[in-house]
Design a protein around this ligand. Structure first.
Ligand SMILES: *Cc1c(COP(=O)(O)O)cnc(C)c1O
Length: 379
C-alpha cells in the first residue's frame, strides 16, 4: 500500500548510503562544449581548468597511435610498462606504485579504504575540492582547518601546525596539497618534515603533488624523498597538468607496498586504458618537453602575476600553472563580462571564495587577450 515513490533525485538520495545522501557532485565549472560552439569563430580562451596550453610530448601522441590496432584487447591490468618507467624516474619500487584513472580516482579510493563512519579526515579550508568529496562519500567526518591568514608570508596556505593540532585519535587520514589548488600556495620540505614529526604513525598522510613538476627548484620540493622514512606517507601525482595529458585521465600514487596492496582490493581491474598507458610511458621518457613546458609556464606565470598586480589586484603566490586573484565585490560581474568576451576563468564561489577568480596561466597570446579584456571590464 502507500503511494508510489517520486523516483526523483531526492528519493533516490534517501535510498543512498549515509555519506552520499548529502553529497553535492563535483562542479566542473562552465559548460565548455556549449561555450566552444558559441565562440567558434573568435576562439575561446580557456583559462578555467589548469590545463597545459602547450600540450603533451609528441612522443606521447606517437605512442598512443601505436596502440590503436589493439583497441579490441584489454589493457595490461597491472600497467607494468608505465610503472617501471615511473619506478625508475622516482627511484622507488614497482610495488610502491598504483595507477589511477586520474589522481582524482586515487584520492577517492584513499578515503574509501582508510576512512568511514566514526573516522575523522583532516584537511585545510581552500584545500583541493576532492578532499571534501572523498571524505563525505566515505561517510567520514571532515575536520576543516583554517588556513594561514591573508597577511601571512603564504596567504591562505596550509597551516601545517594547526593541521597537526587538529589530529586526534579519531583521525585516520590527512589530505595536503603541495602546491595547493585553488590557492597555488606551497610548503617546503623542511616544513613537511617538521609536520610529520608531530603526526602519530597510524595516521595516513596524503600529499597531493599534482603541480610538483611546475614548482621552482628550492620551493615546494617533494614528499617523495620522505617515503623511505615515513611509511604512513602517500604521494599522488598526475599526468593531467605538467605533462599536458588531462584528456587521458592518468594519475598515480607512491606509498608503502602494503598500502598499495590494500587499495588494489578496490581498484577496477582495467582502470587505466591501453592508449593512455602507452602515451604516459612515452611522456615520462621526454624530459626535454617537460622542462620546456615548465620553463614556459614559470615565465608566463611571473609575467601574468605582475600584469595583474600592476592593475591593483591581489595575486596569491603560486608555484603552479594558475594564480588565485582577488577581484572584490564586483567579481561576479567581472567574470560574466569576461565570459561574454570569450575568456573562461574559474569562479570560486564553490570553494567559499566568491570574491576571487582562479586564472590558469595560458600562452603569451591567451594571457594578452585576457589582460586586454580585463582592461575593458575592470572598474
Ligand atoms: C588537477 C588536480 C588533480 C588532478 O586530477 P586528475 O584526476 O589527475 O586529472 C589533483 N589534485 C589537484 C590539487 C589538482 O589541482
Amino acid at each position: 500500500m502507500g503511494s508510489e515513490p517520486a523516483f526523483d533525485e531526492a528519493w533516490f538520495a534517501s535510498r543512498a548510503q549515509a555519506g552520499i545522501r548529502a553529497l553535492k557532485a563535483y562542479d566542473p565549472g562552465h559548460d565548455l562544449v556549449t561555450l566552444r560552439a558559441r565562440f567558434r569563430d573568435s576562439r575561446l580562451v580557456e583559462l578555467g581548468s589548469n590545463e597545459n596550453p602547450y600540450g603533451p610530448s609528441p612522443a606521447a601522441r606517437e605512442a598512443m597511435l601505436g596502440e590503436l590496432d589493439a583497441l579490441h584487447r584489454y589493457p595490461d591490468p597491472r600497467g607494468a610498462g608505465l610503472k617501471h618507467a615511473l619506478a625508475a624516474r622516482h627511484g622507488v619500487r614497482v610495488e610502491q606504485l598504483l595507477l589511477g584513472n586520474g589522481s582524482h580516482e586515487l584520492l577517492m579510493q584513499l578515503a574509501q579504504v582508510f576512512a568511514g563512519p566514526g573516522d575523522d579526515v583532516v584537511y585545510s579550508r581552500y584545500g583541493f575540492a576532492v578532499f571534501a568529496l572523498a571524505t563525505q562519500a566515505a561517510g567520514a567526518r571532515a575536520v576543516v582547518v583554517e588556513p594561514l591568514p591573508r597577511d601571512a608570508a603564504m596567504p591562505l596556505g596550509h597551516d601545517l601546525a594547526a593541521i597537526a593540532r587538529a589530529i586526534t585519535p579519531a583521525t585516520t587520514l590527512v589530505y595536503l596539497a603541495n602546491p595547493n589548488n585553488p590557492t597555488g600556495t606551497w610548503f617546503t620540505p623542511a616544513e613537511l618534515t617538521a609536520f610529520l614529526a608531530q603526526v602519530p604513525p597510524q595516521v595516513i598522510i596524503v600529499v597531493d603533488e599534482a603541480y610538483a613538476e611546475m614548482a621552482d627548484e628550492g620551493t615546494a620540493g617533494s614528499a617523495l624523498a620522505l617515503l623511505s622514512t615515513h611509511a604512513n606517507l602517500v604521494v599522488t601525482r598526475t599526468f593531467s597538468k605538467a605533462y599536458g595529458l588531462a584528456g587521458l585521465r592518468v594519475g598515480y600514487l607512491v606509498a608503502a607496498p602494503g598500502l598499495v596492496a590494500v587499495i588494489e582490493r578496490v581498484r577496477e581491474s582495467f582502470n587505466v586504458n591501453g592508449p593512455a598507458l602507452a602515451a604516459c610511458e612515452a611522456a615520462i621518457g621526454d624530459d626535454a618537453h617537460l622542462a620546456w613546458t615548465c620553463a614556459r609556464n614559470a615565465a608566463s606565470r611571473a609575467a601574468l602575476a605582475g600584469a595583474l598586480q600592476s592593475r591593483g589586484l591581489m595575486v596569491l603566490p603560486s608555484q603552479t600553472n594558475f594564480v588565485l586573484v582577488e577581484f572584490g565585490a564586483q567579481t561576479a560581474r567581472i567574470e560574466a563580462a569576461l565570459l561574454e568576451r570569450g575568456i573562461v576563468l574559474r569562479p570560486m564561489g564553490g570553494y567559499g571564495l566568491p570574491q576571487w577568480l582562479r586564472i590558469t596561466v595560458g600562452t603569451r597570446d591567451e594571457n594578452a587577450r585576457l589582460l586586454a579584456a580585463l582592461d575593458e571590464v575592470l572598474p
